[in-house]
Design a protein around this ligand. Structure first.
Ligand SMILES: C[S@@+](CC[C@H](N)C(=O)[O-])C[C@H]1O[C@@H](n2cnc3c(N)ncnc32)[C@H](O)[C@@H]1O
Length: 291
């Protein structure tokens, strides 16, 4: 299947996708923080009177070269999500699953909604993605984690494989044999992983960009090789990158032209990726596998 990046409202695209056509859905919707999410892009130039000090005490001036943003305030958040989640369940294959990425502000409401739509028996995990970055309040415990809810379309049939997974170091390697320590252990439902560093190579300048390491783990565990991954709040396209690298196909949807621009940059020189404006044409899923 050709990989698709679609600029459109995701509900319109979801409604055109065939039943039982997708192996894995990962979504990272706006978290309803109540404010617009903005990522400013800056560059620094040498300037004796500049606002920053660099290596060797040299002075630099900061110049703003742009900003990317998306809206993140909803009057009725669950009413926004519900029709999309109903379609999600419909488009998932019987072996498929949903990873729903959210944070402490809305996770409990979303879990109740997902239990109602998928069935409580379909809930598999609440993954805690813990990171350590940014300011720390002194007025309560600083919130440094996101929540990723995992639901199976069918708890008797879902695909889950640890074969391709990255392994992590033992906390006390001397308590296990040398061979085990060298191999590492399988991750649990608590994932320590750094955020996308604002100055690192992975960063594309899109607000709320998620780390490739987190998405690679999800794709490899819950989408079979050659399967189809759908992310309809795609942002910078991290899920697509993880899918391509792991030999899976993808459909990415975002309604923000800035996201499309970032994804065009991300997938530049990848002829197997097609860019589509508008939900008009139903994305063809190809022969693929069926459960
Ligand atoms: C938190 S960001 C996703 C970030 C992404 N996971 C990444 O790694 O870059 C949420 C995205 O949802 C998009 N979005 C919000 N409402 C949408 C809608 N109705 N249809 C399609 N995309 C939407 C926003 O434009 C934004 O890019």
């Amino acid at each position: 299947m050709k990989n698709r990046v679609i600029l459109a409202d995701n509900l319109a695209v979801l409604r055109r996708l065939p039943d039982a056509s997708v192996d894995l859905v990962y979504i990272d919707p706006p978290f309803n923080t109540g404010r617009r999410q903005v990522r400013r892009e800056i560059k620094t130039v040498p300037d004796a009177d500049g606002d920053r000090t660099g290596f060797g005490g040299r002075r630099y001036r900061t110049i703003r070269i742009g900003a990317r943003s998306f809206e993140d305030a909803f009057d009725d958040y669950l009413a926004f999500l519900e029709p999309r989640l109903i379609e999600t369940r419909r488009v998932l294959r019987r072996t498929g699953s949903l990873y729903f990425h959210i944070d402490y502000r809305e996770v409990h409401y979303c879990k109740v909604l997902l239990d109602a739509l998928f069935g409580r028996e379909c809930f598999l995990n609440e993954i805690i993605w813990a990171y350590d970055y940014g300011a720390r309040t002194r007025r309560r415990w600083p919130a440094k984690h996101d929540n990723i809810l995992l639901y199976a379309r069918d708890p008797q049939a879902y695909y889950f494989s640890v074969e391709e997974l990255d392994r992590i170091p033992y906390m006390a390697p001397r308590l296990v044999g040398a061979a085990k320590a060298a191999r590492g252990k399988l991750p649990t439902d608590t994932w320590w992983h750094t955020i996308v560093s604002p100055t690192g190579k992975e960063k594309l300048g899109y607000p709320a960009q998620k780390p490739l390491g987190v998405l690679s783990r999800i794709v490899k565990a819950s989408c079979p090789p050659g399967g189809v991954v759908l992310d309809y709040f795609a942002g910078s396209g991290t899920t697509g990158e993880a899918a391509l690298r792991a030999g899976r196909s993808f459909i990415l949807v975002d309604n923000n032209p800035e996201a499309l621009r970032v994804m065009k940059r991300r997938f530049a020189g990848r002829p197997e990726v097609e860019f589509i404006r508008g939900a008009g044409r139903p994305p063809s899923i190809g022969p693929g596998r069926r459960s």
